[in-house]
Design a binder for this molecule. Structure first.
Ligand code: KIV
Length: 320
C-alpha cells in the first residue's frame, strides 16, 4: 500500500512550542487597554487583514490587532480607504479572528457607515461585532461624531476614536497631510480628543500630528492615545503591517514607518525562482510529487484503448 500522501506540511513541534510561548495567556479587552493609560510600557498595535498575518501578529505578542480600512489601499489596490465596504470589513475581520483567537481585534468602520444617523452607526458597528467577531470598533472623527460614539458605547460597543489625519477625509484634507500645525488646529484637536474621551472612547488613535501636539493631547486625556506618525510620546503605537514588512508592491514606505524586512524583494525573488524552475522542469521534483502504487502501474500497462484489438473504427471525437 502506498503510504498516506498529504498535501499539508505539518507544523513541527518546535514551531508549535515557540508559537504558544509567545501567545498571550488571556486576550486584552478594551477595558484592559483603557487602564493601561500612563503605564510605562507602550501598547503595541498592528493592522492585519487576513488569517496568516493575524496568526503571526498574535505569535509575535502584539497587544491588539486593528483590521483597518487601510485594507483598501494596502490589500485591495485602491488609492484611498473610501471604497472599502462594510461587507469587506466583515469578511476580513472573520479571517483575522480565525488567525488570532487570543488577541484583541478591533474593526474599523468604513466611510459613511457611521455618518448617516445613529441607528445606522449602531447597526453597522453591531455587524462588525456579531458577524466579524470584532471586540471593539474604531471610527474617524472628532466632536461631530461624539454623539454617535456616545450612542455606540451606550449600546455596549467599545469604541476607539481616531483624530488628526483621518484618511476617510482624504479629499477634504487635500491628501495625507500632517494635521494640527497651527495653534488653532492644535487646540481643536485637543478639544476633539477631550470630547471623544467624554463620549466614552476606550482609546484614541492620533494620526499624523506633530510630536509635541500628540504629546500635549496624551498628557491631557485620560484614555490611552495610540500614535501613528505622531511621535514617540503616545501611550501606544499602531502601524500598518505591510509598511513594517516592506510588502507594499513597490509603493513608497512612508516616512513615519520603519521597515523591518523587505518582503517585496524576497517575494519577487522567490516567485522568479519558481518560474525558472517550472520553465526548466526542475519543479515539481520527486519530493513534491506523488508516485502511483504498483497495482495502479500494472493497470496502466495493461490498458488498451477501447476497440483497439477489435479492428473497429474508433467513435468520432474519441481522439484515437
Ligand atoms: O485603517 C487603518 O489601518 C488605520 C490605522 C492606520 C490607524 O486607521
Amino acid at each position: 500500500m502506498v503510504a498516506a500522501q498529504c498535501y499539508d506540511t505539518a507544523m513541527t513541534d518546535q514551531e508549535g512550542a515557540s508559537r504558544s510561548q509567545r501567545t498571550p495567556a488571556r486576550r486584552l479587552t478594551p477595558y484592559d487597554v483603557q487602564v493601561r493609560k500612563g503605564t510605562a510600557e507602550p501598547l503595541v498595535l498592528v493592522t492585519a487583514y487576513d488569517f496568516p498575518t493575524a496568526r503571526l501578529a498574535e505569535a509575535a505578542g502584539v497587544d491588539a490587532i486593528l483590521v483597518g480600512d487601510t485594507l483598501g489601499h494596502v490589500v485591495l489596490g485602491h488609492l484611498t480607504t473610501i471604497p472599502v465596504t462594510l461587507e469587506a470589513m466583515v469578511h476580513h475581520l472573520q479571517a483575522v479572528r480565525r488567525g488570532a483567537r487570543r488577541t484583541l481585534v478591533i474593526g474599523d468602520m468604513p466611510f459613511l457607515t457611521f455618518r448617516t444617523g445613529i441607528k445606522d452607526a449602531v447597526r453597522h458597528a453591531g455587524r462588525l461585532m456579531q458577524e466579524g467577531n470584532a471586540q471593539a470598533v474604531k471610527l474617524e472623527g472628532g466632536r461631530p461624531v461624539a454623539a454617535t460614539i456616545g450612542a455606540l458605547v451606550e449600546a455596549g460597543i467599545p469604541v476607539m476614536g481616531h483624530i488628526g489625519l483621518t484618511p476617510q477625509s482624504y479629499y477634504q484634507l487635500g491628501g495625507n497631510r500632517i494635521q494640527g500645525r497651527t495653534p488653532t488646529a492644535a487646540r481643536a484637536l485637543l478639544d476633539d480628543a477631550l470630547a471623544l474621551e467624554e463620549a466614552g472612547c476606550f482609546s484614541i488613535v492620533l494620526e499624523g500630528l506633530p510630536t509635541e501636539v500628540a504629546a500635549a493631547i496624551t498628557e491631557r486625556v485620560g484614555v490611552p492615545t495610540i500614535g501613528i506618525a505622531a511621535g514617540p510620546d503616545c501611550d501606544g503605537q499602531v502601524q500598518v503591517l505591510h509598511d513594517l514588512l516592506g510588502f507594499t508592491a513597490g509603493r513608497r514606505t512612508k516616512r513615519h514607518a520603519r521597515r523591518y524586512v523587505h518582503l517585496d524583494a524576497l517575494i519577487e525573488q522567490a516567485l522568479g525562482a519558481y518560474a525558472a524552475d517550472v520553465r526548466s522542469r526542475k519543479f515539481p521534483g520527486v519530493a513534491e510529487s506523488f508516485p502511483a502504487d504498483e497495482q495502479t502501474l500494472a493497470g496502466l500497462a495493461d490498458w488498451e484503448a477501447p476497440g483497439a484489438d477489435t479492428g473497429e473504427a474508433a467513435p468520432p471525437g474519441s481522439g484515437t
